[in-house]
Each structure stands twice: as structure tokens, then as C-alpha cells.
Ligand binder design. Structure first.
Ligand SMILES: N[C@@H](CCC(=O)N[C@@H](CS)C(=O)NCC(=O)O)C(=O)O
Length: 202
């Protein structure tokens, strides 16, 4: 049986929990926190030297860190990871975009709101810069979603799952989707997928 080390309320962990629900993949879940030092313990670092969550443990004891890589592993052979060479590469392109151009600003602002201690020492200028970078990422998504129903075409892929995680509650980080109507519609499309689950908070 697969085992997922995950943090309740974390978008990065939610990506995996959501895809597993959609694909009806069973996995044992080990609840951990990135806030209590346990991800920096020697025991955990032996499993994942990066010291972050989520982490997937395969049945044979091998470990796979990084939410995007875990999504690829779990989606292999399903429609969420398209066979077509270009569409598959486009899917990965959106996932790299999520990690470099989206998550660092949207998740950072959300994290400062949800865990206020994370905002300690962060200047107003930094918060404003994160807001601007976040809106720039949302603009890119909005432009694509004016053309296609999902990010890599007209069917859902793991790119949508990866980007849903920190877009669906971006209001927590001070972002409004008022000027991004296609993103708002896209969120409802994902929420309508069979077996969709909300983010586990406990
Ligand atoms: N690129 C990683 C980021 C994972 C990540 O930042 N996880 C957070 C929880 S949402 C974490 O474990 N933070 C602990 C730390 O940075 O010390 C992924 O996508 O899996």
C-alpha cells in the first residue's frame, strides 16, 4: 500500500490527496506538520533529505518527494497525464510554472495569513511584490482559460490539480478573482469532477 506523509491544510499535500481521490487510489496517510520541527528530524530527513511535505512512500519502501513528481507517478497511465507527446509536455510546463511563478507568491501570502507568525519581519514592500507576482501568474492562467476549458487543453490533467491547490482559496492571501472570471469558472469545473474532495483540514 502507498503511504503519504502529508500536512492537513497544506496545498502541496492537498494536490496529492485530491488526485488520489479522483483516481480512487488508496493510500495510508501519515499526518505531519511542517511547523513543529518534525520534518527536520533525523528520522524524517532519512526519508526525505529535502525536509518538506508531501512525501510518498512506495510499497517497496522507496520514497518520492516533490508534489509535482508524486502527481506524475500517480497519474501515470491515466488521462490526467496525457499520452500525446506535446500535451504531456504542456502539462509539465504548467506544473513547472506552478512551482516557479505561482506557488512562491500565492502560497507564501496564504501562509502568512493562515500562520501569522510567518509574516513576522516581512515588510509591506515584500508583501506588495508577492501580490503583484501572484496577479501576474493569475493573468497567465486567465489568458489560457479564455482559450481552453482546462490548462493543457479541453480535458483535466495534473496541471489543473497542481494549480487548483493554491488558486482555489487565493482569497486567503488577499487575491480577488473579480478580474479573472475564467479562473473562477475553471475552479467550478474541477470541483465538478467525480470524486472531488475539499482540502482536508485535519
Ligand atoms: N516544492 C515542494 C514544496 C513543498 C513545501 O514547501 N512544503 C511545505 C509545506 S506546504 C513544507 O514542508 N515546508 C517546510 C519547510 O520548508 O521547512 C513540493 O511541491 O512538494
Amino acid at each position: 500500500m502507498l503511504r503519504l506523509y502529508a500536512m492537513p491544510g497544506s496545498g502541496n499535500s492537498y494536490k496529492i490527496q485530491l488526485l488520489a481521490a479522483l483516481l480512487e487510489i488508496e493510500m495510508e496517510q501519515i499526518k505531519m506538520s511542517a511547523l513543529d520541527g518534525s520534518t527536520r528530524s533525523g528520522t524524517y530527513l532519512k526519508k526525505n533529505p529535502i525536509g518538506k511535505l508531501p512525501l510518498l512512500e512506495l510499497a517497496d519502501g522507496r520514497f518520492l518527494p516533490e508534489s509535482g513528481a508524486i502527481l506524475v507517478y500517480l497519474a501515470d497511465g491515466s488521462d490526467f497525464l496525457p499520452d500525446d507527446r506535446f500535451t504531456r509536455a504542456q502539462t509539465l510546463s504548467w506544473m513547472f510554472f506552478e512551482q516557479y511563478s505561482h506557488e512562491p507568491s500565492l502560497a507564501a501570502r496564504r501562509s502568512m495569513a493562515v500562520y501569522p507568525e510567518r509574516a513576522n519581519g516581512v515588510t509591506q514592500a515584500t508583501k506588495q511584490a508577492l501580490l503583484e507576482k501572484g496577479y501576474a501568474a493569475l493573468d497567465v492562467m486567465e489568458a489560457q482559460l479564455q482559450k481552453t476549458a482546462f490548462l493543457a487543453g479541453n480535458s483535466p490533467t495534473i496541471a489543473d490539480i497542481a494549480l487548483y491547490a493554491y488558486t482555489h482559496d487565493c482569497d486567503k492571501g488577499g487575491f480577488s478573482l473579480e478580474n479573472h472570471p475564467q479562473i473562477a469558472v475553471w475552479l467550478t469545473r474541477i470541483e465538478a469532477l467525480p470524486n472531488f474532495i475539499n482540502m482536508p483540514l485535519q
